[in-house]
Ligand binder design. Structure first.
Ligand SMILES: [Zn+2]
Length: 322
């Protein structure tokens, strides 16, 4: 191969494995102040779709993924919950949890839930195969509740419901999880199963969480939210029409005054408290941001990112402010 071709290949490869710089844009972070008390709802973002939502008495966790194995481990090794990382994150920023609502069994959503449930005292709520992953990741019996349609889950002032919505396309690892699923496991063993979005209602605020970036028109029609937290992962190549439909279903149609993108980070890096966006070979996250930013401006909706590992207070004002 000619030296020029080698150089171009090297540069091209280097670019694809690099991360977009200055993302999220600093001006797009939700304002943050040290919090003493939770005068509304407290929300902490840990990357991917892992979000802690609390009031002064109760806490619920969406997903609960802290191990964040590297691209190398995902490609060439089997993975297991990283107990040190889980303990470190729980000690820093989580505390007791009432319930973990898990969107689907892929590793970046579900691999740690058994261990996290065991350490926080939480029940795990998800599809049948989330139950298999949770059981495999815990040393003791974990309370598991399989999601039932049109059921509401109550924890203190929280009411949570799960709505089946499609996983982002193309589907990774379809099929059924083995009855003998155990750790360590290959990433391909975390089968997709049913995917859920979650609607968290609280007297202080109503939050819709869409952990996987796709939509079925009308699936969320019963939801009226103050805040929509929507995944950006894997949709940069879907085109403007898809974004319009996703926005209409997850934000505009729900009446949300604030949209908070989630699942924009490189979920193979454990570098709290800062997260890097997905590298170029995995996604063009800036493209997704520009499209969402434009739709937010058009509809007069606030678009803000949460500083990872920082506890933000969300309260209802005219619209929603921090
Ligand atoms: Zn997934």
């Amino acid at each position: 191969m000619a030296p020029l071709s080698v150089a171009l290949l090297f540069l091209g490869g280097g670019f694809l494995f690099s991360h977009p710089k200055n993302f999220p844009p600093p001006e797009d972070y939700l304002a943050y102040h040290e919090i003493v008390e939770c005068a509304g709802l407290c929300v902490t973002y840990f990357g991917a779709s892992t979000i802690l939502i609390s009031d002064d008495k109760n806490s619920i966790l969406i997903d609960g993924f802290f191990s964040r194995p590297s691209w190398f481990e995902l490609a060439f090794d089997k993975i297991s919950p990283n107990e040190d990382r889980i303990k470190e994150t729980l000690a820093c920023c989580v505390g007791a949890v009432d319930a973990i609502f898990v969107s689907h069994p892929h590793h970046d959503h579900a691999m740690d839930v058994g261990s996290v449930a065991e350490k926080t005292g939480a029940a795990v709520i998800g599809s049948k195969y989330v139950g298999s992953v949770a059981k495999a990741g815990a040393n003791s019996e974990v309370k598991f509740i399989e999601i039932a349609a049109e059921r509401f889950y109550h924890y203190g002032l929280f009411t949570v419901s799960a709505i089946e919505t499609p996983h982002s396309a193309p589907v990774a690892y379809p099929g059924e999880i083995s009855a003998t699923f155990s750790f360590p496991a290959d990433v391909s063993e975390f089968k997709q199963d049913i995917n859920y979005s979650f609607f968290v209602e609280h007297p202080a605020l109503r939050i819709l969480i869409v952990p996987s970036a796709n939509y079925q028109p009308g699936a969320l029609r019963h939801v009226s939210a103050d805040v929509s937290m929507i995944s950006l992962a894997g949709i940069s190549t879907r085109g403007a029409e898809f974004f319009d439909g996703y926005w209409a279903e997850a934000v505009r149609g729900r009446g949300s005054g604030l949209v908070i993108p989630i699942h924009w980070d490189d979920f193979t890096q454990f570098n709290s408290p800062s997260l890097q966006p997905l590298p170029y070979f995995a996604d063009f996250i800036i493209t997704s941001h520009v499209r969402i930013r434009s739709l937010a401006r058009k509809d007069g909706v606030d678009l803000k990112y949460l500083r990872p590992f920082h506890r933000h207070v969300l309260i209802k004002k005219e619209g929603v402010a921090e």
